[in-house]
Write a protein that binds this ligand. Structure first.
Ligand code: SAM
Length: 219
């Protein structure tokens, strides 16, 4: 049954909205999203939207997860940093794509729950509890960095931890209603290409190079 719901999610929500990377579509067709949401919401796991996962946080809309993974152009063997583990779903999809994933979550309860969930489901993801705006000094540099919460500006630590050729996909903006989803690709030690993908609405990225607290700044 969930296999059929996943197939429909892939066809109706992802392909129909322009996702074409076969590896993203296949990976999302394999990860059981219902295992990443609270039991009471399991029947809504394949609906086209974000869902509450507790602690005031959400698992992102499937389309947005797919859009970010496609924009990050993750290849098997890539070293990927996932900032904002949340439920662990996006990390699991990236792991299904054959990447090596480190994930970082500031909320200890969510981070620990995601670590246990990913392990129980057999996903090899290293989950750290901490401030993802600082990235992870080790094992940086990363081929791709995905940030699932909105920053006021692009954290310098994350730019610095991109490998040459690496891609950072991050929502940036100063209001809660809308932020710019941006893709920043590192061309050289000092040069970056920066493009706007689309407008999105994410929860705030809170930390040293993010917002000061849950209410701070983001309107
Ligand atoms: N990717 C997640 C998933 O698949 O369930 C959804 C992430 S949710 C939209 C955003 C997450 O970012 C929240 O769990 C929040 O606690 C976390 N977060 C916010 N600021 C953070 C920071 N500085 N470092 C790490 N995580 C942060």
């Amino acid at each position: 049954m969930s296999e059929e719901l996943r197939r429909r999610m892939v066809e109706d929500q992802l392909v129909r909205h322009g996702i074409s990377d076969r590896r993203v579509l296949d990976a999302m067709g394999r990860v059981p999203r219902e295992a990443f949401v609270p039991e009471a919401l399991a029947s809504s796991a394949y609906m086209d939207g974000p869902l509450s996962i507790g602690g005031g946080q959400t698992i992102s809309q499937p389309y947005i997860v797919a859009r970010m993974l496609e924009a990050a152009a993750i290849a098997p063997g890539d070293r990927v940093l996932d900032v904002g583990t949340g439920s662990g779903y996006a990390a699991a999809v990236a792991a299904e794509m054959g990447a090596t994933i480190c994930s970082i979550e500031r909320d200890a309860a969510l981070g620990e729950a995601a670590r246990a969930r990913l392990q129980a489901l057999g996903y090899d993801v290293a989950v750290t509890v901490g401030d993802g705006t600082r990235g992870l000094e080790s094992p940086a540099p990363f081929d791709a960095i995905l940030v699932a919460a909105a920053a006021p500006t692009v954290p310098e630590a994350l730019r610095a931890q991109l490998a040459i050729g690496g891609r950072l996909v991050i929502p940036v903006g100063r209001t809660r209603q809308g932020q710019e989803l941006r893709r920043i690709a590192r061309r050289s030690a000092t040069e970056f290409d920066d493009i706007l993908l689309e407008m999105v609405a994410f929860v705030p990225l809170i930390g040293h190079e993010g917002w000061p607290d849950a209410s701070g700044g983001i309107g």
